[in-house]
Design a protein around this ligand. Structure first.
Ligand code: FE2
Length: 296
């Protein structure tokens, strides 16, 4: 069986002595289950030196859940690998004709969770490094949101556990909400449209509560005014930004990372736009969050 080496006290583990190509072929149930357990425990797993074709990458990810197509409503299909709609290309690179080969840029991608604006939010994100900048490659950092919740003042933590907020999306609307968005009158506040999720969710694996933040900071908290919602959000982000026990590294060529979006935030540093960075990205569908307040 593979070897697990923790990358930091709070989050992340390297998995070695494993060939993911062979696993993609065999779909060995015992190994898949053990890796699933490792993801739940460490939240971020890194596998180095992996050699996978697009089909093998999809096959591997689909062993861990239902793979999603995160196509943007108004985007070109260029952001996806031809013939593999599950694989989003994350890149700053443009083709000879100037069209981007993928989705993304070189500026900083600030702390966020993938796909929380979907009624079935993203569970796992798989990132497979295909090209990395030669000079000052950017690091991708991860944060354990169960740990962040634990460090909140008790009064704030218990106040939050009764609250839910609307995970609207400014640009990347879920198809499930496209009709409601289209029907909004001119100038209407889009922040009312999106799934409503608890700010504190249960981690069923550990039994711990976890903060669950929408990608957009100016989200509305159910039952609060806009000003009150923004105050709660600003306060929570001060705790997120004060939390320093994160782990991060460069995603090198042939590195494969998988992380659980349910209980983590991630961010990527900026890099020189003249350098080439290409990753393949697959995500799996999760379940709606379980409110911690109801579970406890
Ligand atoms: Fe992301």
């Amino acid at each position: 069986m593979f070897t697990i080496t923790k990358l930091s006290p709070a989050i992340g583990a390297d998995i070695s002595n494993i060939d993911l190509r062979r696993l993609a072929e065999s779909k060995d149930a015992a190994i898949i289950a053990a890796l699933g357990e490792a993801i739940e425990t460490h939240l971020v797993l890194r596998f180095r030196g992996q050699d996978l074709s697009p089909g093998e990458f999809v096959g591997l990810a689909s062993a861990f859940g239902h793979t999603k197509t995160l196509k943007r409503a108004a985007a070109s299909t260029g952001a996806h690998l031809p013939g593999h709609p599950e694989i989003k290309v994350v890149s700053n690179v443009a083709n000879g004709d100037g069209r981007p080969v993928g989705d993304g840029g070189s500026s900083e991608n600030y702390w966020h969770t993938d796909g929380t604006y979907l009624p079935q939010p993203v569970k796992l994100t798989f990132l497979y490094g295909r090209e990395a900048p030669k000079t000052n490659p950017p690091k991708t950092f991860f944060m354990n949101l169960c740990d962040v919740y634990d460090r909140l003042p008790h009064g704030l933590a218990s106040y939050l556990s009764g609250l839910s907020c609307i995970h609207y999306s400014e640009y990347n609307f879920a198809p499930e909400y496209a009709e409601r968005i289209a029907a909004l009158p001119e100038g209407a506040d889009r922040r009312h449209v999106g799934p409503s999720f608890p700010l504190v969710r249960l981690n069923p694996h550990s039994g711990r509560p976890s903060l669950y933040l929408p990608r957009q900071r100016k989200c509305l908290v159910e039952g609060l005014t806009i000003a009150e919602s923004e105050k709660v959000s600003d306060l929570l982000w001060t705790y997120v930004e004060a939390y320093k026990d994160t782990w991060g590294d460069v995603i090198g060529v042939d590195d494969l990372l998988v992380f659980d979006n349910s209980f983590t935030l991630h961010r990527r540093e900026a890099f020189d736009s003249r350098e080439r960075r290409v990753l393949w990205h697959i995500s799996t569908e999760g379940k709606p969050p379980i409110p911690y307040a109801l579970a406890s």
